[in-house]
Ligand binder design. Structure first.
Ligand code: SRM
Ligand code: SF4
Length: 563
C-alpha cells in the first residue's frame, strides 16, 4: 500500500461524525445558497451535488454576484422502478420548486432534479420519504444505485433478479442515522452508538457501482461497474450468478496511470450467497483500495495492483464461498426496444424514447406533462432504463389504447427517430456539470442528425452503431464502451475513439485527439463511406478493427495508451 499521505477526502470522512458534519447548521445560513467547507462534499453522501448554472456564471461574476448555488439531487431507485404515485410527487416538486423544472433520467436508472435551492432541500427529502423513496448513497464514496436489467418483457427471471438488486442496495447502504436526523428530523443518536459494519466508519476509498444483469441484454453495461451479478437460470428459474469485478471507465487526460477497464470474471455463485459475496467484494476494496490518490482509488486499480487472483481469494475467504467456473452466457444487445411489447406475463410494456433522459415542458413538446398525465391513469409502474429511456410497464390490454393516446398527444411517440439516434447517448455536461469541458447532451441532437445524413447517403439508415458523447474523461456517457466515442477536451473539441463493439465487451481506442466537431464529423463521413463500400454487414466497431483502422484494446491497463 502507498506510503503517501491520505487524501483530504479521507480526513473529511473520518471527521464527519458518520456523515453529519455541520450540515444542519449550514442549512440555517440563509445568506449563502451554498454549503461551506467539508459540507460541500458531505452532502454528496446524502445524494446531492452543489452546482451553479454555468451559462450565467460569467455574467454573475461581472455583476459581482455569488454564483447562483443550487443542488442537484439524485433519487435512489434500485432497478429503476417507480410507481405512478411516486412519479406524480417527484413531477410536482420538479415543476414547482426547481430552477430548471426538469426531470433527468440518468444512465444508472436514477432520477436527477437539477436546481434545488437550499430552502427546498429539506422539503424534498421529506417528500421523498413520504413517497417511500430517498436519496441515500446515490453519490459519495459508497455503493451507488444498484442497476438491474430494466426490460421485464423477455425474462421470467426479471422479478427475482430485481428483488436481488433491491436487497443488495439495502445491504450495502450506510447505516448511519445522519440522513434521518438531518433531513427527516429523526431522533438524534450519539454517533458512538452507531457503526458502519459493511462500509466502515471511513466509508469506501471511492465510489462503488453494482449491477444485476439478465443476459442476453447488457443494457446496464456491466463493464462500467465495480461489481456485477450476471443472472443464470435453468428452465426460467434463477439458480445463481456469474460474478464480474473491477470494471470502470473514468480516466484523466494526460495521465497514463488512469484507464478504463473491463470487469474480470471471478466465477459462479449460488443465489443464496449473493449478499455475502457483495459484502466481501466491498470490504476487500474498502480495506485494500488506495486512499492516498483518488485517481487510482477505484476497484479496477486495486485489482491490477494486488492481482486478480489475490483479490478473488480474499473475497472467497471473507464470504466463505468458493467461486466455481462461470456458466456460459452471451450478451447480444444493449439497446432498448422502443414501442409496445407484450411481456412473458402477457402484460403490455411501452418503452418511450426520451432524448438524453430529459423531461421538460420548456419546449413545445410538453413531454414531462405527458408522463405526469399518464401517471394519473396508469395502474402498473414506470421503469427507467440505463439508456435514459422510460418504460410504461405492466399495462393491461384494456388500458393500452388510453395510455397510447396520451403518449401520442404529448409527443412521447416519435416514429421518425432513427435506429442510429436510439443507439446514441450523451452525459449531462453543460450547463449544470461543474466538470464539463465540452458539450454533450446539448450537442447530441445536431451531431446525430449529421450522422443520420451520412448513413442515408450510403443507404445505411437501417444500420447503427453505439455512439456516445461524454463531456469530459470522467466518462459518464460511457463513451469508453461505445463503438464510436467522443470524449470532451474543450468547448467544441473532442477526442475520437473507435473500435468498441455493439454488446459492450471491448474498449475503444483513441483514433484522433483534440479535434473540432467539424473535423470529427468529416472523419466519420470518410469512415462510414468505407464501411458502406467494404463490409456493411459487419458492425461498425468490428469493421474498424478488421480494416485495421485501430488495433483492438486487449487488456487496457497495458495497451490502452499504446498506439
Ligand atoms: Fe458521472 C461525476 C453525471 C454516470 C463517472 N457524474 C459526475 C457529476 C456528479 C459531476 C460532479 O462530480 O460534480 C455529474 C453531474 C452532472 C449533472 O449536472 O447532472 C455526473 N454520471 C452522471 C450522469 C447523470 C450521466 C448521465 O447523463 O446519465 C450519470 C448518473 C448516474 C447515477 O444515476 O448515479 C453518471 N458517471 C456515470 C458513469 C456511467 C456509469 O456508471 O454507468 C461513469 C463512468 C463509469 C465509472 O464510474 O467508471 C461516471 N461521474 C463519473 C466520474 C469519474 C469517476 C472516477 O472513477 O474517476 C465523476 C467524477 C468523480 O467521481 O470524481 C462523475
Ligand atoms: Fe460532467 Fe464529465 Fe460526467 Fe459529462 S462526463 S456529466 S461532463 S463529469
Amino acid at each position: 500500500m502507498s506510503k503517501n499521505p491520505l487524501s483530504d477526502n479521507e480526513r473529511l470522512k473520518r471527521e464527519s461524525n458518520l456523515l453529519r458534519g455541520t450540515i444542519s447548521e449550514d442549512l440555517k445560513d440563509t445568506l449563502s445558497g451554498g454549503f461551506k467547507g467539508d459540507n460541500f462534499q458531505l452532502i454528496r453522501f446524502h445524494g446531492m451535488y452543489q452546482q451553479d448554472n454555468r451559462d450565467i456564471r460569467q455574467e454573475r461574476q461581472k455583476q459581482k454576484l455569488e454564483p447562483l448555488h443550487t443542488v442537484m439531487l439524485r433519487i435512489r431507485l434500485p432497478g429503476g422502478i417507480v410507481t405512478p404515485q411516486q412519479w406524480a410527487g417527484i413531477d410536482r416538486f420538479a415543476s414547482e420548486h426547481t430552477e430548471y423544472a426538469s426531470i433527468r433520467i440518468t444512465n444508472r436508472q436514477a432520477i436527477q432534479l437539477h436546481g434545488v435551492l437550499k430552502h427546498n432541500i429539506k422539503p424534498v427529502h421529506q417528500l421523498l420519504n413520504s413517497l417511500g423513496l430517498d436519496a441515500r448513497a446515490t453519490a459519495g464514496d459508497v455503493n451507488r444505485n444498484v442497476l438491474c436489467t430494466s426490460n421485464p418483457v423477455e425474462s421470467q427471471l426479471h422479478q427475482e433478479a430485481y428483488e436481488w438488486a433491491k436487497k443488495i442496495s439495502e445491504h450495502l447502504l450506510p447505516r448511519t442515522r445522519a440522513y434521518a436526523e438531518i433531513w427527516l428530523d429523526g431522533e438524534k443518536v450519539q454517533s458512538d452508538e452507531e457503526n458502519e459494519p459493511v462500509l466502515g466508519n471511513n466509508y469506501l476509498p471511492r465510489k462503488f457501482k453494482t449491477t444485476v444483469v439478465i443476459p442476453p441484454q447488457n443494457d446496464v453495461d456491466i463493464h462500467a461497474n465495480d461489481l456485477n451479478f450476471v443472472a443464470i437460470g435453468d428452465d426460467n428459474t434463477l439458480t445463481g450468478f456469474n460474478v464480474l469485478v473491477g470494471g470502470g471507465l473514468a480516466m484523466t487526460h494526460g495521465d497514463e496511470t488512469t484507464w478504463p477497464r473491463l470487469a474480470t470474471d471471478f466465477g459462479f455463485v449460488k443465489k443464496e450467497n449473493v449478499l455475502a459475496v457483495a459484502e466481501a467484494v466491498v470490504s476487500v476494496q474498502r480495506d485494500w483500495g488506495d486512499r492516498t490518490n483518488r485517481r487510482n482509488a477505484k476497484t479496477k486499480y486495486t485489482l491490477e495492483r494486488v492481482g486478480t487472483d489475490t483479490f478473488k481469494r480474499e473475497v472467497e475467504e471473507r464470504a466463505g464461498v468458493k467461486f466455481v467456473t462461470s456458466r456460459p452466457f452471451e450478451f447480444t444487445d444493449r439497446g432498448d426496444r422502443i414501442g409496445w411489447v407484450a411481456g412473458v406475463d402477457n402484460a403490455w410494456h411501452l418503452t418511450l424514447f426520451i432524448p438524453s433522459g430529459r423531461l421538460t415542458d420548456d419546449d413545445s413538446l410538453n413531454r414531462k406533462a405527458g408522463i405526469a398525465e399518464i401517471a394519473k391513469v396508469h395502474k402498473g409502474d414506470f421503469r427507467l432504463t440505463p439508456n435514459q429511456n422510460l418504460i410504461i410497464a405492466n399495462v393491461a390490454d384494456a388500458d393500452k389504447a388510453a395510455i397510447e393516446a396520451l403518449a401520442i398527444k404529448y409527443n412521447l411517440i416519435d416514429t421518425t427517430v432513427t435506429v442510429q439516434r436510439k443507439a446514441s447517448m450523451a452525459c449531462v455536461s453543460f450547463p449544470t456539470c461543474p466538470l464539463a469541458m465540452a458539450e454533450a447532451e446539448r450537442a447530441l441532437p445536431d451531431i446525430s442528425q449529421q450522422i443520420d445524413a451520412m448513413l442515408a447517403k450510403h443507404d445505411m439508415l437501417d444500420k447503427s452503431f453505439v455512439f456516445r458523447i461524454t463531456g469530459c474523461p470522467n466518462g459518464c456517457g460511457r463513451a469508453m464502451l461505445a463503438e464510436v466515442g467522443l470524449v470532451g477536451r474543450a468547448v467544441g473539441r473532442y477526442d475520437l475513439y473507435l473500435g468498441g463493439n455493439s454488446n459492450g465487451t471491448r474498449i475503444p481506442r483513441l483514433y484522433k485527439t483534440n479535434q473540432p466537431t467539424s473535423d470529427i464529423l468529416s472523419t466519420l463521413d470518410e469512415l462510414i463511406a468505407s464501411w458502406a463500400s467494404q463490409n456493411r454487414e459487419t458492425g461498425f466497431g468490428d469493421y474498424c478493427i478488421e480494416a485495421g483502422i485501430v488495433k483492438p484494446v486487449v487488456h487496457s491497463p497495458v495497451d490502452f495508451h499504446s498506439a
